[in-house]
Each structure stands twice: as C-alpha cells, then as structure tokens.
Design a protein around this ligand. Structure first.
Ligand SMILES: Cc1cc2nc3c(=O)[nH]c(=O)nc-3n(C[C@H](O)[C@H](O)[C@H](O)COP(=O)(O)O)c2cc1C
Length: 309
C-alpha cells in the first residue's frame, strides 16, 4: 500500500523535531509565512505522559492545524502498552504519521532505556514496533535514530530496522556518543541506501546532520542517495532555508515574521522561551544585532511588538 511518504517529491525536505523549538507557534509560522519544508514533526513527547495524570498537559503538545500537514507526531519511551495507547490517540487526532525517537542521547531519555538506549535493546524495539503498529493501524510509521550508540553499527542496527519494514527512517548520521560533536558521517548514508535497496525497497530514507542550505539538500540527494533531507539547527541561522530560489529579504520582511510568530504566542508559556526566536529571525541584516539586544530585554509580547513597529 502506498503511503504519503512515497508520494513526496525527491529530494523532499523535513524540519527536524526539536524540543523547545518546533512547537505549535513555530510550525504555524513556518508553514504559513515562510518557505515551508515538505514535512513537519512535533517535538518529542513521552508516551507515559500521554497515559498518566499528566495527560491534559501533554496532549497540548499535539495541537496542530491543517496548514501544518503533513505533520508527524513524534513520541519516545519504553513501555509497549503506552506506545499502543499513544498510537491510537495520535491516529484519532488526525496526524499523518507516527514517529518513534530512537536517537536522543540526553541523559534524561537514556537513563530510562528510551531514546538512543533502544539501539542496544532490539528485543524491546521489536515489541514497541509491534504494539505501536497495532495501535496506529494503517497510519504511516517511522523511526528517527542514529548510526549506533557508542560506535557505528549501520549494518546491524539499520539492517535490523529495515527488516521490520518501516515506512520511513530518519538517520542523524552520528552515534549517540557523538551527540552533536564532530561532523555528521554522510558517507554512511550510501551504505544505508544499499541496505534499503536490498532489504526493504519501499522504506523511505531521510538523511540528517549539519545541512545548512537548500543547495546542500540537493547535493546530499545526488551524492548519497537520500530520498529526503532533514534540517534542524540550519533553520536557526536562516529562516528561509527551505527557499528553493534562495531570495534575498528586506529587514522589514525579517521583522514581519517575528511579528507573526509573536501573535501566535500562547500566554500559558514562559515568555522567555520565545527569545530563542529573536535570534533566529532578527539576523543577517544591518541593525539586526542592536534590535535583538533591545528585544532580549523585553518582558512581554507587547513590549516586543512596540519595538518592531
Ligand atoms: C534544540 C534541539 C532539540 C531537539 N529535539 C529533538 C526531538 O525532540 N526529537 C528528535 O528526534 N531530535 C531532536 N533533536 C535532534 C534534531 O532533530 C537533529 O537530529 C539534530 O539537531 C541534527 O540535525 P541538524 O544538524 O540539522 O541540527 C533536537 C536538536 C536540537 C538542536
């Protein structure tokens, strides 16, 4: 059966899931007011949170709009039963797919056996995949991972995932031990694509790591065979990174994007969490630094909007 992953253009583009960054307001801003990627992901959300007293708070992380589609809900955890229930919730909410994080190297995730620690526990991974599939029914199912835990084990680990006939696999081309250090091993992607061709030709392969421009997306596709390319931190220095034409923009256009984002601000959030976006949008133009310094000193949205008039 064909799913939406297979209908995407090649190479297609994906905005990486980023905790504290790819929330509702940012996804809405990028999908409405900037050149958008072909696919969006939520921040990662713990499956236990979706199945506990914290449900009301956790479910807010899954708010999305039609404009953001296709959008994938990303989850993490270790409890197969909670994956089953979370998959049902995600399907009912109308997401285009469910993704499991098997690559997060942060202590908080790894000490529970989740995130990248799953790379070392294929028995549990099999169980999680089965229960998630049962809960998600025919919803496209993907995994985001790395090349290994403390060393590169592409053949074993990615080979194992491919045997599970997953719809799409996103690979941050580093080991968990590397965190974000050194360079991403894009050469390994060629090996991944060969494995895919042999083991599971229908699985879509998405490469991720250090991509900083639209041209690089094309280059990674041509050189290494990625079906899609996922960009995370690259958006921090260039909000227009998904612009195929690489057009220049006026300072007013940069400011307008921030104004739109500020208007989407959810007052239940701590205002200071917005400040990372000042750095992102108010960038690359004369006077940007001075404006940014003033914005960083603001205490609420109205003060920031006054400065942007
Ligand atoms: C602030 C931040 C938050 C992140 N949160 C997540 C997350 O929630 N889920 C996930 O799978 N990866 C997460 N990542 C990893 C990114 O999705 C991506 O794999 C990584 O940044 C490498 O890609 P890049 O070089 O394009 O940034 C996060 C990265 C950053 C910088």
């Amino acid at each position: 059966m064909t799913n939406f992953w297979q209908k995407l253009p090649k190479p297609f583009t994906v905005l990486a899931p980023m905790e504290g960054v790819t929330d509702f307001a940012f996804r809405e801003t990028i999908s409405r007011y900037l050149p958008r990627p072909d696919v969006l992901f939520t921040e990662f959300t713990n499956v236990d949170g979706l199945n506990s007293n914290g449900f009301e708070k956790t479910i807010k992380r899954f708010k999305f709009s039609k404009t953001q589609k296709p959008i994938i809900a990303q989850v993490w955890g270790t409890n197969p039963k909670n994956f089953f229930k979370s998959a049902k919730i995600i399907k009912d909410l109308g997401f285009d797919g469910i993704d499991i994080n098997m690559g997060c190297p942060d202590r908080e995730a790894v000490k529970t056996g989740g995130g990248a620690a799953l790379i070392k526990n294929t028995k549990l991974v099999k169980e999680i995949i089965n229960t998630t599939r049962n809960g998600a029914k025919n919803l496209p199912f993907s995994i985001k991972t790395r090349l290994g835990y403390d060393r590169i084990v592409t053949d074993e680990w990615i080979g194992f995932l491919l045997e599970q006939k997953i719809d799409a696999i996103s690979i941050h081309l580093r080991t968990a031990g590397q965190k974000s250090l050194g360079l991403a091993n894009w050469n390994e992607l060629k090996k991944v694509v060969n494995l895919r061709n042999r083991i599971s030709p229908n699985t879509i392969i998405i490469g991720n790591g250090d991509v900083k421009s639209y041209q690089e997306i094309i280059d990674k596709h041509n050189e290494f065979g990625a079906d899609g390319v996922m960009i995370g931190r690259g958006i921090f220095s260039n909000s227009w990174i998904f612009d195929k034409q690489n057009n220049k923009h006026t300072p007013q256009e940069y400011k307008e994007i921030l104004i739109k984002h500020l208007n989407l601000y959810d007052p239940s959030q701590n205002y200071d969490t917005l400040k990372k976006f000042f750095k992102m949008y108010i960038n690359n133009f004369k006077g940007a630094k001075e404006l940014r310094v003033k914005l960083m000193a603001t205490k609420n949205v109205n003060e920031a909007l006054d400065l942007l008039k």
